[in-house]
Write a protein that binds this ligand. Structure first.
Ligand code: MLT
Length: 203
């Protein structure tokens, strides 16, 4: 997969896996990594699917309606890409924290829904419920930060609550941050994510 790997000054710090939103690239979320953990190594990936020229991580049938078969195939592809990147760049595979926005948050949530121990933690900005009717793996010990907009036309507050409930039922620790805006990524939710990260992962 097209990506940027940047080795951090602290090899012990979690590796940040950055996953952009629809129409984005692997460059988009680099500033977030700087705010959240500037000494971390960064693996920032570009989605392999193109929708009218816009990169995404999986196909959709319409806005908010996912092509579930493609989502499952792409989730496996991304998970395996993290595995091989850990070998190629010699980072600790068990110390990867995803940071995703919108479409990128959705594929990160899909990894959590389908694979145990694939992510140590996740920061999900405006995620949706990626798949329904699945039995989730045991996510004990997995810390998840979700930020959502009370007026998000793409992801309703009910859907955010459903996602939170599914993750809690899988025994993840979940923290939800609410903004009063829509689907956009705001400075204040990034700062909230940075505080959450500091509380859980900075020594
Ligand atoms: C998705 O397709 O993942 C969601 O609709 C969010 C987005 O617009 O990318």
């Amino acid at each position: 997969m097209k990506h940027i790997y940047r080795e951090g000054s602290n090899k012990q710090a979690p590796v940040l896996l950055l996953l952009h939103g629809t129409g984005g690239t692997e460059k988009d979320l680099l500033p977030l990594a700087e705010i959240i953990s500037p000494t971390s190594s960064v693996l920032s990936v570009r989605g392999n699917v193109l929708e009218n020229g816009m990169p995404r991580f999986f196909k959709r049938i319409a806005e908010g309606i996912f092509d579930e078969e493609d989502l499952k195939i792409r989730t496996k592809e991304l998970k395996e890409f993290i595995d091989t990147s850990a070998e190629q760049y010699s980072f600790d595979r068990s110390n990867v924290i995803a940071i995703g926005y919108s479409n990128g948050a959705n594929i990160a949530a899909s990894i959590l829904f389908q694979y145990q121990n694939a992510l140590k933690a996740a920061i999900l900005h405006h995620p949706m419920v990626p798949l329904r009717g699945l039995k989730l793996p045991d996510l004990s010990g997995t810390n998840i930060f979700i930020s959502a907009g009370m007026n998000d036309p793409i992801c309703s507050p009910q859907e955010t609550e459903e996602l939170e409930r599914l993750l809690l039922e899988a025994k993840a620790s979940v923290s939800v941050h609410w903004e009063t805006y829509g689907h956009q990524l705001t400075q204040s939710e990034v700062l909230a994510a940075a505080n959450w990260y500091k509380e859980h992962f900075s020594k």
